[in-house]
Design a protein. Sequence first.
Length: 918
Amino acid sequence: FSRYKRLKGFNVLHPMGFDSFGLPAEQYALETGQHPAVTTEKNIETFKAQLDKIGFCYDWSREIRTSDPSYYKWTQTIFLKLFNSYFCNTCKQAKPITELIEKYQSRGGSSFTAEQWKAFSDKEQADILMKRRLAFSKFGEVNWCEALGTVLANDEVVNGVSERGGHPVIKKKMRQWYLRITAYADRLLQGLETVQFSDAMKEMQRNWIGKSEGAEMEFGIRDLELGINVYTTRPDTIFGVDFLVLAPEHSLVSQITTEAEKEKIDEYLTYVKSRSDRERQSEVKQITGCFTGAYATNPFNGKPIPVWIAEYVLAGYGTGAIMAVPCGDQRDFAFAKHFNISITNIIGEHYNGEEANSTKDATLQNSGFLDGMLMKDAIAVAINKIEELGIGKRKINYRMRDAGFSRQRYWGEPFPIVWEDEIAVPLSENELPLELPHAEKYGPGPEGEGPLANMEEWVNTEKGRRETSTMPGYAGSSWYFLRYMDPNNTQTFCDRKASDYWNQVDVYVGGTEHAVGHLLYSRMWTKVLYDLGYVGFDEPFKKLVNQGMIQGSSRFVYRVAWDFNNYPDNFEPSFLPNLFISSSIFEKCKKFDSDTIEKVKDIAVKLFEKSVDNFKEFSFLPDLSFYALRVDVNFVDGLELDISEFQKWKNGAYSNSQFILENGNIYSSRLGQVGVYICGAEVEKMSKSKYNTVNPDVLVDKYGADTFRMYEMFLGPVEQSKPWDTKGIEGVHRFLKKLWRLFYTDVNPATNAPGKQVWNDEKPTDAEFKILHKTIKKIEQDTENFSYNTAVAAFMIAVNEMADAKCFKKEILSQLLIILSPYAPHITEELWSLLGCEGSILDAAYPILEEKYLVEATKEYPVSINGKMRSSVNLPTEVTEEEARQAVLSTEAITKWLEGKEIKKFIFVKGRMINVVV
RNA sequence: GCCCAUGUGGCGGAAUUGGUAGACGCAGCAGACUCAAAAUCUGCCAUUCGCAAGGGUGUGAAGGUUCGAUUCCUUUCGUGGGCACCA
């Protein structure tokens, strides 16, 4: 696209860079036993060589790497700008925090006076300001794996246990950094109106932000001076509330739980701690919850309402508490049925007792002052009443939460923050970059802190202790498009003149998987920088094209583990059997084939016995569980695993593993071939973390870069995902060879010299111009629409037509080369010079479309009878309905279908077709 | 489970956005050239009935709107992406 636009005369900024910080780079380094700085450098060189080989004309003078100090200096600078800003709720934009401090000093805040502010300690002031900063720290939950002594990313947690070792993972509260993206929720929504993203993308972002209008109201707890705040979008159903549900983490849980229920509640809380948010919401069939013993009161009719806790209510959304209306909400309904809570029907016949009905069109019954009202009308009435009684208020709520910005990892940007007496003190901008110290080992620090916590010399400064977590992978990618505009500036991250000249990114190509991550973060950063006056636009990307993913075919091995809910105290990670079963055995186990399971269990017990000295202490072993683990496709041949390669993988992490092979034998490295281990397969995103990537070099070497490029374009629409498959690449290769033969006979394979010249200087005929201009029109349309696959097809047709017409004329061929050059840069450049044309084809003038060659005098109008195609008539392109009717009625091929039938209607779709209704 | 996308020949896909379904390519079959192979060229190629002319059926499934539906609506099934520490 950039080559095309360049030919069209645009000044195209077409850079490339490397988002080289983050978990995958760190893990790759760990697996290969090298420092991430080394592996990153090496991999970048490989990528650049490959990209150049394929013929992308990237402007490498603008290259950036997010892990380079000269780049992350500015990531840290922008972080400080976020830290030193707050969101002004009246002007709805970011302002320097100094303005807020001034305001507090002169006028005070909402809950304190100016005098009180001045009397606050430094720490108290810092805490108040922290609640307003755009980059702020507070306590939040992380995945904590006690056995590994580390915090895990969601990617590293599989089925609730650590991917490495299969250890239990629980949630742990830690001090974390966050970005206050929620402050921008409304502007992120409004901004969508101004950008060209697909409707699906906009919809995803809207849903993620999840704006809803409703009411927040308080339910008093019986016999206690406490109230539970509940957020609801359906205050009209207030008389249908049969119970309240709190998130298990809700701060009131411990206070309202009665003595009688305490034990059960504690047990339930332990259970929930081991569950991820996803699991908590998705397993609808398995309903869990626990009664607290407390009762709330319905403020409108005084009815006592039992208060429960349940995992399906999340602490992070709304107030962390819901009012449950079983007749109107399916999850509440299932919960009520499961725990035998009686259901109040407020919608009469709309509720059938079998399932909930979330309609807003029912007339309310059993609903006090709302009786007889349509539900959708009752919403406003109910909110007004709630506000009138002072028990709650109208509220707009967002589903989106603030973005977690700390990682307990090594390979990321260090925070330019020093903690002095529990106060976060920023470095000044001229102290940046705060370089990531070189570490030989980057294992976890104490208490779940990041690896940097182990580096005493670096951590401890004169003033205090440095922040030891690092920024997440998306930090550097939230603003890099700005750096491309001014990549070598040492004074600022991007001069305003540069960003004013280039302005927004005109076309941004990225996958939908970024919808609710990168594409929201970068929009937010741009808005902040706009508010603070550093850039002149508040949306970074004018137009977004979602390229589909080339998917990979992943391979799986199946691991056996003990299904301990919690490991016994004396259980050590090394006790795990590390046993893998072949695909068909896994399938049988999944179907609870008892013979197979017994056999597997026998082997697992034997292995367990061998590795555990005090085996007798584990008199009771729980059932086995089985889970799939991805392996690198590069050591799976078809579906067959190369076991010795697998055992060497990840620095020998699986070196002591055992295998039950497809035929039931146990693998032995000494006995040699006793059977094969068959892997499972699945098509999914091609990704380093899924170990299913394939390398383009082989194909480029075999067919050349042009064939590779065009084949990839020809595969299908850019926005569509598809598994990588080289079937069909021959066709594109043949096309390029055929193109060559319009100019020269075949290349002499011995000398590699072009064959005999075929092209000539003759004057083209109108028919030949027609082929050319038809192609120009089609290619322009398709390229502008990113419909590359149909463009390639059009080239194939054009070349076939020219070959058939024996059109070997330079005037036509040179024009064809220009429009083809963005698609196949190498061969077109070569032929361009062989034709004796001046300079590089990249600097040629794009041909101007001449419509006169495309005008048709007559046109074939398809004729259908009752919508069914029966024939066609040839008519002038400009024809009246009456003329068309006459032509149709005098065409024998058509009248034979109309014989004896009465014509009811004659439909003439101008320029398209004719339909006769009989 | 929730949100988004998607489903068309043996395969990748096309279809003027509601108007001749299967462009283009792969694979396959038949033929030409060749001692032979490769390369190249020509023809056939959804399915079914028919010698043919010509019919019938057909865009995951079931309904609906329309003169006319791959396209719009409803329900349903399958697949892919996302679900907050991969980015």
